[in-house]
Design a protein around this ligand. Structure first.
Ligand SMILES: NC(=O)c1ccc[n+]([C@@H]2O[C@H](COP(=O)([O-])OP(=O)(O)OC[C@H]3O[C@@H](n4cnc5c(N)ncnc54)[C@H](OP(=O)(O)O)[C@@H]3O)[C@@H](O)[C@H]2O)c1
Length: 311
């Protein structure tokens, strides 16, 4: 990198443009003049097609690619196996090969579902992976293919993502809370909720340091601070949402994860240790409770605006 190119904004191409992390990452990047973010949905960059990836890389010539594409439906993955592997494994390989050929670093998102969930104290990057289902196995293969085809990569494993849009546990819970008097929720799963905005913050902080010469390729964990259970997280969502609207739900029913997900087991513990990210990049975990308040504020601001327009 020459001295004058260092003065230009860092050009980042984000795949999976319609997704929750991609959306919040781009919104965050727009507020920082160090970055120039381009986000492409599947119609403009299809990870299943090497030609489509080549075309996008030739056109935009990014400094970094961030891959947020995934098949994320853990139950559906057991049936829609070929499509799941196409996005989570082959798609990552396609990106890694094309980025590798042009020496463009690839930042890729992965998941706590790589682990079987038996370590209540949490998983470090060195712990052995042992996925419980097709989804986790497809993400494991995606990681392996990335390591094989583009050594200049960051794999960021994250967990329990919530945001103001897309398909996530927070929004599904709010929908249920408006219509059901009781909600069943797992009290035998623990993890750390993480806002999509916070994942975006971490990605940009990593890229800034890589761009300034940090030689720190590899695999990292990130999640919001404070371990909780699905039950407690649901409780926190409802308590915060009640500041804005009356909810129909009056009781939470603790049940086992098995009761809710007969199809495929979820890791009992999804806790990710984030020490390596802190010691390498100085990036600290943010409390998910603060992020939850911010995301709910955003949800209700949008809801009020939409209602005002339609009323
Ligand atoms: N969500 C979580 O709780 C969670 C937890 C841990 C890790 N992660 C990981 O974090 C990353 C981001 O997750 P997310 O929740 O932001 O995902 P998401 O909202 O499901 O977004 C994924 C995006 O990929 C797009 N896509 C599908 N097929 C494509 C293709 N062939 N080419 C290009 N784009 C395609 C989808 O578009 P369409 O909507 O048009 O299909 C969607 O917009 C993923 O790697 C995920 O595995 C997520």
């Amino acid at each position: 990198m020459t001295e004058w190119t260092k003065l230009l904004p860092i050009k980042i191409l984000v795949t999976g443009g319609g997704g929750q992390v991609a959306h919040d990452l781009v919104m965050l990047g727009k507020q920082d003049s160090h970055f120039d973010l381009i986000t492409l949905d599947a119609s403009r960059l299809d990870v299943a097609s090497p030609a489509s990836i080549q075309k996008a890389l030739d056109l935009y010539m990014p400094d970094y690619v961030v891959n947020t594409v995934a098949f994320n439906n853990v139950d559906a993955a057991e049936h829609d196996t070929a499509f799941c592997y196409q996005l989570n494994a082959t798609g990552v390989k396609n990106l890694a090969v094309e980025c590798g050929a042009l020496s463009i670093p690839l930042i890729h998102l992965s998941t706590d579902h790589l682990f079987d969930g038996h370590y209540a104290s949490g998983y470090s990057e060195d712990d052995e992976v042992s996925p419980l289902g097709v989804f986790g196995e497809s993400k494991r293969q995606g990681e392996e293919l990335l390591r094989q085809y583009q050594p200049k990569h960051i794999i960021l494993r994250v967990s329990w993502i919530f945001s103001a849009r897309g398909d996530n546990y927070l929004l599904r819970t709010l929908e249920k809370a408006r219509t059901l008097s009781a909600i069943e929720t797992a009290d035998d799963r623990q993890g750390c909720p993480t806002s999509a905005v916070d994942v975006g913050r971490v990605i940009l902080a990593i890229i800034k340091q890589l761009h300034n010469g940090a030689d720190a390729w590899g695999t990292y964990h990130y999640c919001g601070a404070e371990v909780t259970t699905r039950y407690r997280f649901t409780e926190a969502i409802l308590a915060a949402a009640r500041q804005y609207e009356e909810l129909k739900t009056t009781s939470l029913v603790p049940v086992s994860s098995r009761t809710l997900h007969a199809e495929v087991d979820r890791p009992a513990s999804s806790v990710l240790q984030c020490k390596k990210l802190l010691s390498t990049f100085g990036i600290r975990q943010r409390p998910w409770r603060n992020e939850l308040v911010a995301v709910l504020r955003q949800i209700y601001k949008t809801k009020t605006k939409t209602e005002a327009k339609s009323g």
